[in-house]
Design a protein around this ligand. Structure first.
Ligand SMILES: [Zn+2]
Length: 508
């Protein structure tokens, strides 16, 4: 039995997004738990599909003593404020000094955190943790698929273990895998070699999905390299590839990979093989993007013969990547083309959601909805919105991504513009449209809707692809710009290509 300190600090930072991640965003609950510290953490994360949840459960099964530090996450947004970063670090610092000694540390990290005071949020955190626990203590961290895995992170952690799915349906499983590796390191006490590689092109999120090629085959290879009989003979113990999070304007942005094992040559060879495989697929990271009008027209046409919903993925206004989830490009196009029966969600507009609750079910409110932040100079969509159903925003996710998540996102409402027959799901807090329960909460059975607009880039596929006739990818205004070529970078490293087969970045 070992004493293992366990904590987490999660943020995916889109440095181009309009809203920052403040301390308040980390403290409150949304789809994920609120700030948790000490023994309350164990119960607080139970049942969620997040790494810390899988990790604490597995550590207990393995007979280790779990010493909870602090855990917090905020919805993807722009820079984590220095205030939030330092407040969180103060909790870690105090607990690491007070609750020790430990045999090891497990951290639930994202890997794409950029704070006002550091461009490598996780690298800096690991450096500070090392400063307290020393260089010899095993530190294993789990990482999101979208980590911008920096050389510093690779150097400071004993091992890093990343998700293998996008949509992320293996978040809790990754926490479990990370602590199983930690357990093995503690028991075997053998020297571990590390091979780290960075790829030299950015991959738009929309083409990183593991439900489609080329990511599907690449992640099959990741699994094979780690689990294959040959790998075990050669002592490869862990393989992680992180395709990266392009909207983070930092030098180490982009895809990377890290392989661990006991045989230096085998570890280097596996890293080379994986890097070459990703490189060879560069051209395959591509697909069709439609503007909002073309998408609305095609969806209406397709829905005439379809037996299942035509799903329109509003990929640039994904709050899971820093989008405001209130842009109205797609909503306005659906209204303009009179896409009768279409439903779009979530339109995050707290004032409109509250107004709908006050207006009451069955009644009509004449007002604008959406465009609250006013991204891209948009204006709200004004209409006579009939309030069909209201909800308090408290429900539990049931899909493969958000399953078990206990949502607390404030007033919600389904409102319908009767002139066009288009409906919108209003919400009060930013949340990605990645679970069917968000619609059922306001009386919509998603599988019965002819056209379904979803503010999500890829995560929606876990719960919605099975009920979709087809999925159209829409490029409508949103703070998560699909094509990195359009982002005003200042800090990337020179020589990286801005998209697969795209132009080389040579400085601002
Ligand atoms: Zn992610």
């Amino acid at each position: 039995m070992a004493r293992i300190a366990v904590g987490g600090f999660q943020h995916e930072t889109n440095t181009f997004a309009p809203q920052q991640a403040t301390w308040e965003e980390f403290v409150r609950a949304d789809a994920w738990p609120p700030l948790l510290r000490g023994p309350e953490m164990i119960e607080g994360v139970e049942g969620f599909n997040i790494p810390i949840s899988g990790a604490v459960r597995r550590l207990a099964e393995l007979g280790h003593e779990v010493v909870p530090l602090a855990w917090a996450a905020a919805a993807p947004a722009s820079y984590v404020t220095a205030d939030a970063y330092e407040k969180m670090w103060a909790l870690f610092d105090e607990d690491l000094r007070k609750l020790g000694p430990f045999d090891a540390v497990y951290l639930d990290l994202h890997g794409a955190m950029v704070a006002e005071n550091t461009e490598d949020g996780e690298g800096e955190l690991l450096r500070r943790v090392r400063g307290v626990v020393g260089n010899d203590m095993p530190i294993v961290a789990s990482l999101d698929y979208h980590a911008n895995l920096t050389p510093e992170m690779a150097k400071l952690a004993t091992a890093l273990v990343g998700y293998r799915t996008y949509p992320h349906i293996d978040m809790a499983v990754t926490g479990k895998r990370a602590v199983e590796l930690l357990d093995r390191l503690l028991k075997e006490k053998r020297p571990v070699y590390r091979a780290y590689r960075q790829l030299d092109f950015l991959i738009p999120l929309v083409w990183q999905c593991t439900f489609i090629e080329p990511a599907k085959a690449i992640f099959d290879l990741v699994g094979e390299l780690e689990a294959g009989e040959k790998s075990h003979n050669q002592g490869i113990i862990s393989v992680t590839h992180t395709p990266g999070f392009p909207p983070a304007d930092i030098a180490q942005c982009g895809p990377a990979l890290v392989v661990y094992g006991h045989d230096r040559e085998a570890v280097e060879a596996a890293a080379d093989k994986l890097a070459q495989t990703v490189k060879a697929q560069e051209k395959a990271f591509a697909g069709e993007l439609l503007d909002a009008d073309a998408a609305a027209r095609r969806a209406i046409e397709l829905s005439k013969k379809a037996t299942k919903p035509i799903v329109l993925a509003d990929v640039q206004d994904n709050p899971g990547a820093g989008g405001t989830s209130d842009t109205v490009g797609l909503l306005a196009a659906l209204v303009r083309h009179k896409a009768k029966g279409a439903v779009i969600g979530m339109i995050v507009d707290e004032a409109a959601a509250k107004a709908a609750v006050e207006t009451g079910e069955g009644n009509v409110m004449h007002r604008g909805i959406g465009a609250v932040v006013g991204y891209a100079g948009e204006q709200p969509v004004v209409a006579d919105w009939r309030v069909v159903k209201v909800g308090d925003g408290k429900f539990t996710g049931t899909g493969p991504f958000y399953g078990g998540a206990r949502f607390q996102i404030g007033p919600m409402a389904l409102v319908t513009d009767e002139a066009s027959g288009v409906s919108a799901v209003l919400a009060s807090k930013r949340i990605q449209a990645a679970d069917q329960e968000m619609f059922r909460h306001v009386g919509v059975e998603p599988s019965q809707v002819p056209i379904l607009g979803l503010k999500s880039t890829v995560h929606f596929r876990a719960d919605f692809q099975p009920i979709a006739e087809t999925i159209l990818v829409v490029q409508s205004p949103g703070a998560h710009i699909t094509d990195p070529v359009e982002m005003p970078y200042k800090h990337l490293r020179k020589g990286i290509r801005l998209r697969p087969m795209g132009p080389v970045w040579n400085g601002a």
